[in-house]
Design a protein around this ligand. Structure first.
Ligand SMILES: [Zn+2]
Length: 78
C-alpha cells in the first residue's frame, strides 16, 4: 500500500507541475482531484466528475482513483 500511495503522490505532483503549478504550493490532492475528475475512468467507467467506484458501486477507499484514470489524466494533461 505504501508503494501505491507514493506512486499516486508522484503522479499527482507531476500533474500539478504539468499544469503550471508553483512547486512550493502544489496542493497535490486537490489539484489531482480536479485533473482526474475531468476524464472518465477507463477502468470502472466512472464518468467525468464522478468518483471511481469499486465492486458494489462503493467509492474507493484505498486510493483516490484507479491507476488507469490517473494515467489517463496524466497523458491528457501533457
Ligand atoms: Zn475508476
Amino acid at each position: 500500500m505504501r508503494s501505491i500511495r507514493s506512486g499516486v503522490a508522484r503522479v499527482t505532483a507531476a500533474l500539478a507541475l504539468a499544469r503550471g503549478a508553483d512547486p512550493e504550493h502544489v496542493e497535490t490532492e486537490a489539484e489531482a482531484r480536479r485533473v482526474y475528475l475531468a476524464v472518465a475512468c477507463p477502468w470502472c467507467k466512472a464518468p467525468p466528475g464522478a468518483r471511481c467506484t469499486g465492486p458494489g458501486g462503493k467509492p474507493l477507499t484505498k486510493q483516490p482513483a484507479h491507476d488507469a484514470r490517473l494515467a489517463e489524466a496524466f497523458s491528457a494533461a501533457r
